[in-house]
Design a protein around this ligand. Structure first.
Ligand code: DGL
Length: 273
């Protein structure tokens, strides 16, 4: 099956990476809207426009299902996209429900973009699942920029994370929800900051399982096999993926090497939960 996965940038690669684990043997088109990243600081109208344009592009490439691998674009556009187009369109939202279910009493921190935090979709979700008012919301838009620059462990990113969290008492938190797909790259830093007892929860596995269910695709019987690439050719052909950056196919060696490094980073951090 041909599956389209899109995001404002490289955050969505973490969703594609999980798809490599869970749904090997499918054909993927990955679209990063690198001309317009970050979405988290744009207006609702702008994000809606980008999401419609990308969806039409992916449909024109013949995809049979689309994953919006972006919490921000989902909160703005998923309803409208489903109204306009008949193929299955899956969205993402911060994984608050599993965080509430898997932890007891202590607080839960949701980090996301400012757009995700201000849109009604997240408020509705909290209304449904956060009955005990355990959830705190924290925007962290700069992590998107750090990720796009492939800056995952620098002093500057460490300082930013510590500053943002410093208004909260870290010992009160039993879970940190990664409500933006770009935030997966920084898992070692959250683990270092919060210690080993705080759960790190992202929505990637849930999203891919949902896709398998909706599209009736068989899940892998070996989902934890190692997915590391020593050569970008393997990345393209083993997993049959075509990459686009804002409508332009990615063919140059430097960019493909960059994507390969990102997949390898995602493999390294995947088991930090
Ligand atoms: N990766 C996106 C998300 O999941 C948005 C990042 C951005 O462009 O601000 O929300």
């Amino acid at each position: 099956m041909k599956i389209g996965i899109f995001d404002s940038g490289i955050g969505g690669l973490s969703v594609l990476h999980e798809a490599y684990h869970q749904l090997p043997g499918q054909e993927y088109i990955f679209y990063a809207d690198t001309k317009h990243v970050p979405y988290g600081l744009k207006t609702t109208e702008q994000i809606m426009g980008y999401a419609i344009e990308i969806t039409e592009f992916l449909i024109a490439q013949g995809v049979q299902a689309i994953v919006i691998a972006c919490n921000t674009a989902t909160s703005v556009a998923v309803k409208e996209l489903r109204k306009r187009y008949s193929l299955p369109i899956l969205g993402m939202e911060p994984a608050v429900k599993p965080a509430v279910e898997e932890t007891d009493k202590k607080r839960i921190m949701v980090i996301a973009t400012p757009v995700t935090i201000r849109e009604d979709k997240l408020k509705d979700l909290l209304h449904r699942v956060d009955e005990e008012h355990r959830v705190d919301l924290l925007p962290m838009p700069k992590l998107v920029e750090f990720a796009e620059r492939e800056e995952f462990e620098s002093e500057a990113v460490r300082e930013y994370i510590e500053n943002q969290f410093s208004a909260f008492d870290k010992d009160e938190y039993s879970a940190l929800v990664l409500g933006c797909t770009h935030f997966n790259y920084f898992k070692p830093l959250y683990r270092e900051y919060f210690g080993k007892d705080t759960l790190l929860v992202d929505g990637n596995l849930g999203t891919i399982r949902h896709l398998a269910d909706v599209a009736k695709l068989p899940l892998s019987d070996d989902p934890d096999r190692v997915v590391l690439f020593d050569d970008y050719h393997n990345m393209l052909y083993d997993s049959k993926t075509t990459y686009y950056f804002s409508g332009t196919i990615v063919k140059d060696e430097n960019t493909l090497e960059h994507l390969k490094r990102l997949h390898n980073r995602l493999e390294e951090v995947r088991k930090i939960n």
